[in-house]
Design a protein around this ligand. Structure first.
Ligand SMILES: Cc1ncc(COP(=O)(O)O)c(C=O)c1O
Length: 372
């Protein structure tokens, strides 16, 4: 039914599908302190990118951005043809475009729960029926359960690999089997955290025309503020996605910086190996402290700060008082009492672990957690 104003006149109203979407407000305001709450790079991008930013001219900004030349460079870097690649305004836009391209109202779209929030939002905006398949024990990828929910109406399956917020990984074989079992569905493998785990479906993609692989430059590359991601898929399917996408979806500053960012692989490798060392340190400390956590393949770790949502909130607050932001994930499926902690390099891990011990002590939960 259309909305009516108090006077009874017809009013503009969003589509029903849009009205059904729960509002999602990531806690971005007042993020003072060390930001270990959004899985961003905690130190920033390569100096080559900063150098390129300084060289931007007024003319660079006055012109509409030209995506194709940079797409060719990124495609070369990824070892695919430019026709198989679309640069997007972050992976978020890639998810949105897939929903717009493949979902009719009432179609079924599958996700694992818990997972990245934006899948559900864009699927709902397309008026799809979103089916959340609970993760297995210890948040393992629910391969059998997901496969069993594929029907003749399934048109999109989104798999974050590694998953956010759990850090767990589906195997290549599992993903291939899912994609084969749903040939009429677009299967998105969202590799936003690829650099921290090394497993990719990129090489397998050509075997399956319904498989899409997304990458972001928001995490390891430290460019979340520029909003840039890459979607890979079958050239024919990518043509359909290009019809939906704005020709100017990626801004000129991001396009100017991206070639510098991918050229500096030394910087990425150094950052990633520092983060992996910090992740191992945090996991050792959590283990020694008897704090439940899930071994992660990404740049964050999900840990149980307590049994209830109030325990998680109290821990987040204790950390915040010590200048460290971590993310409360209590409201995610199966995550009551859980927090997600992003890792940075050594000096950030030092500060994180110090604050962690003090916070646990304050909360009376310091059973032997010590810095390693
Ligand atoms: C699994 C996953 N995909 C995509 C994104 C968003 O990526 P982008 O910044 O490229 O839109 C995130 C960010 O947290 C994520 O965790």
């Amino acid at each position: 039914m259309r909305d009516r104003s108090a006077s009874g006149a017809n009013m503009l109203s969003p589509r029903q599908a849009v009205r059904n979407i729960p509002s999602y407000h990531p806690p971005l305001a007042g993020r003072d302190g060390l930001r270990f709450d959004f899985n961003e790079n905690t130190v920033g991008c390569s100096p080559l990118v900063l150098e390129r930013l300084r060289r931007l001219s007024p003319e660079d900004l006055a012109r509409y951005p030209e995506r194709e030349p940079v797409e060719t460079k990124v495609a070369d870097f990824l070892g695919i043809s430019a026709a198989e690649l679309l640069l997007t305004n972050g992976v978020d836009e890639a998810i949105h475009l897939l929903c717009e391209t493949y979902l009719e109202p009432g179609d079924e779209a599958l996700i694992v729960v818990p997972t990245y929030s934006m899948y559900r939002i864009y699927m709902m905006a397309a008026a799809a029926q979103v089916i959340g398949v609970p993760a297995g024990e210890n948040f393992t990828f629910p391969f059998e359960a997901l496969k069993s929910r594929i029907t003749a109406r399934t048109r999109l399956i989104a798999i974050a690999n590694p998953n956010n917020p759990t850090g767990t990984l589906a195997t290549q074989e599992q993903v291939m089997k899912i994609a084969r079992a749903a040939p009429e569905a677009a299967v998105l493998v969202d590799e936003a955290y690829f650099e921290f785990c090394g497993q990719t479906m990129r090489g397998k993609r050509r075997e399956l025309p319904n498989l899409f692989v997304a990458r972001t430059f928001s995490k390891a590359y430290g460019l979340a503020g520029l909003r840039i991601g890459a979607l890979m898929g079958d050239a024919g399917q990518m043509r359909a996605l290009r019809r939906v996408s704005s020709p100017y979806n990626v801004n000129a500053v991001a396009l100017a910086c991206l070639p510098e960012a991918i050229a500096d692989q030394g910087y990425i490798q150094q950052y990633v190996s520092a983060v992996l060392a910090s992740r191992a340190r945090l996991e050792r400390v959590l283990e020694a402290g008897g704090i439940e956590f899930w071994p992660s393949q990404a740049n964050f770790v999900l840990a149980r700060a307590g049994l209830t949502a109030a325990d998680a909130a109290a821990f987040v607050e204790q950390m915040r008082r010590r200048g460290i932001l971590v993310r409360d994930r209590s409201s995610d499926h199966g995550c009551e009492g859980c927090v997600r902690i992003t890792l940075g390099p050594r000096e950030h891990a030092d500060r994180l672990l110090r604050a962690l011990q003090e916070s646990l002590h304050e909360l009376g939960r310091s059973q032997g957690a010590s810095q390693r």
